[in-house]
Design a protein around this ligand. Sequence first.
Ligand code: PHE
Length: 349
Amino acid sequence: MDPQEARRILDEERERGLSMIASADSSEALDAAKVGVLGRKSRFSQVQRALGSFDPEDRKRLGMAANELREALQSALDERSRALAGAEQARLLEGDRIDVTLPGRRLRTGSLHPLTIVEDEMVGIFTRMGYRVEEGPEIEDDWHNFEALNIPPDHPARTMKDSLYVEIPGFLLRTETSAVQIRTMESQDPPVYIVAPGRTYRREAVDATHLSVFHQVEGLAVDEGISFADLKGTLETFARALFGPDRRVRMNPDYFPFVEPGCQVAVSCFKCDGTGCAVCGNGWIELLGAGMVHPKVLENCGIDAERYTGFAFGIGVERVAMVRHGVSDMRMFVEGDVRFLQQFQGAGA
Ligand code: PHE
């Protein structure tokens, strides 16, 4: 290489180097450009190595030119490096960017089951009247579920058709919360004022108005001088608390072995006030069975039936929830469809 060629190479390398550096679009590309323009195998380094063979005049001149070019390239590299780092930083920030003005993601919160809401409401009405809450086992024995309730061994309610038996002889899934009446009267002396909410089981074909697992709220009052009028007044108070102050209560004779007399109780419809509509049909909504505790039941529990009288009632929770919320099919309560259950968000509690 002669000085002239060296000069040309330096000129070319300036142009080629600056454009390589300018077009490096990543720090890797920039590293490669640096090796290409200033590395040991670069044409620039070849010029530097050739300087020693030039005469002093050329060596000095070209040496200065080479130094000047190295500085120019180095500062272009530094500048490009800073620019790339800045761009990289900006890209990372952009990726991490949070738009604080976006609406938040709503957390799904659970809600009480509609049957729980209605059951709590019913129980609350009675506890505010001074009743206490009692509970009993869902697996019951023959005595509490039948015998003590004056349901004789040949009563149709006992057959396999209506009851769900468990494998332990003499036990079954309770068919009504009335069993809790017995447990309460066996363990407590009058006066007794209790409500017993809970699950009950029957061997039923499931359809829009029947479930084989359902809920009742049982009530029992035993005291001196309790009359049928007390029963009616209590149920009226309940119906008005639940369905509004204008409700009337209708009692039709009915038979339950553990009460005498017994009745089927209906409430005048809260929608049409008794004229008949889609909610009630004929103006009355049948809600419960009730009656005066049969003296035999009192005696079965060791209570003096000469001194004490009582009334009892059993209310279907599903039935109340259906009329209350306009639910036409009882099965919706047990299907677990969130779209159904969600609608009760905010109710109760
Ligand atoms: N246990 C009865 C039923 O399941 C309801 C009832 C309770 C009737 C108390 C009278 C007294 O249908």
